[in-house]
Design a binder for this molecule. Structure first.
Ligand code: S3P
Length: 166
């Protein structure tokens, strides 16, 4: 079975979509983003899905969107930051060229702390970020073939680092 050429995982705001688009240009392919797939299928923003139906419902939609994208897409694939919480998703990622884009707390708060469109960091972003990454870093690391730290790097630099890492 063929598969995506690169799968990007990592926390919200780390630049998966931007870097994914750059990688796709360089590799002569396209970038697909599972958040965008969900928004398109649902016809409403992710924040509305969280508020109206709850996180659990969103996670079920997300797991299904990842499964479909992994089966269909042969280019670069950017996954929503929480998609690795799902055990079946982690199993599906096993053996694929998965890169974990990482960033530290200071960078995260700078990039997403004030973005109310991202429901998981709306209150006390610094503490929420630390807790979120403590819970998730082992899962990102488990699925990743390579880890790329993004602090202080431009998206172009990160794309270079991803290509070097693969
Ligand atoms: C989430 C990350 C977001 C989006 C949702 C939940 C998370 O995706 O799926 O707000 O749990 O980390 P991005 O990582 O693309 O921002």
């Amino acid at each position: 079975m063929s598969a995506p050429v690169v799968v990007l995982v990592g926390p919200m705001g780390v630049g998966k979509t931007t870097v994914g688009e750059l990688l796709a240009q360089r590799l002569g392919t396209t970038c697909r983003d599972t958040d965008a797939d969900i928004v398109e299928a649902e016809g409403r923003p992710i924040g509305d899905i969280f508020v109206e139906d709850g996180e659990e419902h969103f996670r079920a939609l997300e797991a299904a969107a990842v499964r479909v994208a992994l089966a269909e897409h042969r280019g670069v694939l950017a996954l929503g930051g929480g998609s690795i919480l799902d055990e079946d998703t982690r199993k599906l990622l096993s053996g694929l060229p998965v890169v974990f884009l990482d960033m530290d707390v200071a960078e995260a708060v700078k990039r997403v702390g004030l973005d109310t469109a991202r429901p998981l960091l709306a209150v006390n972003p610094r503490r929420q970020w630390r807790e979120l990454m403590e819970a998730r870093r082992p899962l990102y690391t488990e699925v990743a073939r390579a880890v790329v730290g993004t602090e202080g790097l431009t998206p172009e630099d990160v794309a270079d680092a991803v290509l070097d890492a693969l």
